[in-house]
Design a protein around this ligand. Sequence first.
Ligand SMILES: O=C(O)C(=O)C[C@H](O)C(=O)CO
Ligand SMILES: [Zn+2]
Length: 280
Amino acid sequence: MEVRPGANPADVKNYDTDRLRHDFLIQNLFVADEIKTIYSQIDRIIVGAATPVNKELVLEAGAELRAKYFLERREMGIINIGGNGTVTVDGKEYNFKYKDGMYIGMGAKDISFKSEDPKNPAKFYLNSAPAHKTYPTVFIDPAKDILPENKKELGCLESANHRTINKYILPGQVESCQLEMGMTCLEPGSVWNTMPCHTHDRRMEVYLYFEVPEDAVVFHYMGEPTETRHIVMRNEEAVISPSWSIHSASATHAYTFIWGMVGENQDFDDMDDVDMKDLR
Ligand SMILES: O=C(O)C(=O)C[C@H](O)C(=O)CO
Ligand SMILES: [Zn+2]
């Protein structure tokens, strides 16, 4: 498990491109027959991916957690961005197709991942946060299970930001201690997300961009609203956003992204909106 320390905005505004990428960008997440995990000390989120191809992969705590098993004091959200696959939680099998999700509560001991077809493997994207209470494990088929009020259409084609926010894990939909997770899908011709932008002093956030064509790039914007920086990103890469940082992007093509949040509260709308005229 890779461990990344926190970040102070007074330092980050002096970082060059390499340092910004080193500290905030997460690349090479989906590696065949591996579970990759990155532990950010910002709110202790773990960002990871399980990509089973020819064998079943078993989630292990690793030395960093000092725990008997991964979810001993943690909860986890999963969204599959690959082919069909199965997640087994303490002997119970859950069959995933593209974009299906799941919440696993604290205390689940044996978690493993396998693919239906090695030629089109599942790609399980994982977010995990510290937890102190067990909420039920829930499978989420976004077409059937997400309540209408948790599918929010925003923006318009004229502003190149027509998109739908699908909220998979948050209070009233799927209960958790602190983790919230969802997926935002941009319509063809729309390339901007989260602009006008925001910070949320009470939560950090991680974005995973996917459905980005090979010859396209995503310009992810971060930094304090008056000290913006960008990170050039490609398909299936993630980026860490501290609570003081904006998190927005424009790209050369429409794309989809998964957002995951952890921190002080679970109020999705508790955002510190940035006035367009204050951005620099
Ligand atoms: O497109 C958007 O706008 C988003 O998806 C915003 C994220 O969900 C977010 O930043 C929540 O805090
Ligand atoms: Zn946000």
